[in-house]
Design a binder for this molecule. Structure first.
Ligand SMILES: Nc1ncnc2c1ncn2[C@@H]1O[C@H](COP(=O)(O)OP(=O)(O)OP(=O)(O)O)[C@@H](O)[C@H]1O
Length: 324
């Protein structure tokens, strides 16, 4: 049975209609006319326990608004959400015990307190039994290498340190579900890898269900098997990354080192030639890589070649570029 059930979810925001002309701003304050923005427009999906799902879409697509309804911060205009059997905005406190939330852009920690005190307070707020607190506190300090800055006030932490602290705080009381909104934004490659490793561990070893919203497609490619892609508040794709690639970018690229040029290659299109290397694009549904390579080798001297799949980044860029 699914742990997250979302059906026909809608969220509309009303804004007073802007008045033009003299005293426009003042008149806007007193207007009774509104423009309605449907930020989420009939989204449905189910998440099974232990899944790690990427929730993706261009800026303004409605990702954060959906996550806010799943966490209970926002109440939908219409539709159903059930998270571990609870309607989040009706039972915010019960729901909070089941979920951990990390927003990359802003911390959930107490700004002036040292991380150690924040973690202790969270243990108290969630009524954690002392021995469970000790075990998880100790485990997270090790896994996230928190020791060197445990006694530093949160506002003095670097972004990477703060994110590790935020993750520890979000998962300390062992919630079943973790929502991550841009967890690696602004981090260097080493810090990103540490965060990804921790998320992977939570998902694989503790079976935590994770919903990840991010513009960093390396995060998605490294962590998620399934993605839900939304645009203008509606789901445009829900499935595996592999199927997404084969549906929206069914081609492969072959790079051939010939020392010369290849102008006509049956079954492939030459997309670039540079310094004795030739980039070819082909559709594996029509031409197999074995046939293509065989036909090139039979006619040209080749010193090296490599085949690559399109990167998720370029697939998603194409999808966004071609949307109406
Ligand atoms: N509190 C609000 N009041 C009015 N409009 C809002 C509010 N929050 C979001 N919106 C609007 O809803 C739409 C969806 O915003 P949302 O933040 O969910 O997008 P997003 O997919 O998370 O974008 P991004 O990738 O830029 O974070 C946008 O048009 C935004 O302006």
């Amino acid at each position: 049975m699914s742990i997250i059930h979302v059906e026909d979810l809608v969220k509309e925001f009303r804004r007073p209609k802007r008045r033009e002309g003299p005293f426009g701003t003042l008149r806007t304050l007193f207007t009774r006319e509104y423009t309605v923005n449907r930020a989420v427009n009939g989204v449905s999906f189910d998440v099974e326990p232990g899944e790690l799902v990427g929730y993706l879409g261009p800026n303004g697509a409605g990702k954060s608004t959906t996550i806010k309804m799943l966490t209970g911060i926002l109440e939908p205009s219409a539709g159903t959400v059930t998270v571990a059997g609870i309607t989040p905005w009706r039972e915010r406190e019960r729901n909070a015990r089941n979920i951990g939330v990390v927003f990359g852009q802003r911390s959930q920690l107490w700004w002036d307190l040292p991380l150690r005190d924040s973690l202790w307070l969270i243990g108290k707020l969630y009524d954690m039994p002392r021995d469970l607190f000790e075990v998880r506190h100790h485990q997270f300090i090790e896994l996230l290498a928190l020791e060197p800055f445990l006694d530093t006030p949160v506002r003095q932490l670097s972004l990477g340190q703060r994110m590790r602290g935020d993750l520890a705080a979000a998962m300390l009381y062992a919630p079943k579900i973790l929502y991550l909104d841009e967890p690696t934004v602004g981090l260097d490659v080493v810090a990103k890898e540490a965060i990804r490793g921790f998320i992977r561990m939570l998902n694989k070893e503790s079976g935590t269900t994770v919903i990840l919203t991010t513009h960093d497609l390396d995060d998605v490619e490294q962590l998620c098997e399934r993605v839900v892609l939304i645009d203008k508040g509606a789901v445009m794709y829900d499935g595996s990354i592999n199927t997404l690639k084969s549906r929206y970018a069914p081609y492969r690229e072959l790079v051939v080192h010939t020392g010369g040029r290849l102008d006509d290659v049956p079954g492939a299109t030459v997309i670039k030639q540079e310094d004795g290397r030739v980039w070819l694009r082909f559709d594996p549904r029509h031409t197999t890589s074995a046939d293509l390579i065989g036909s090139i080798l039979s006619r040209h001297a080749v010193s090296d070649l490599s085949i690559s799949e399109p990167e998720l980044e370029s697939v998603i860029r194409n999808i966004y570029a071609n949307r109406s």
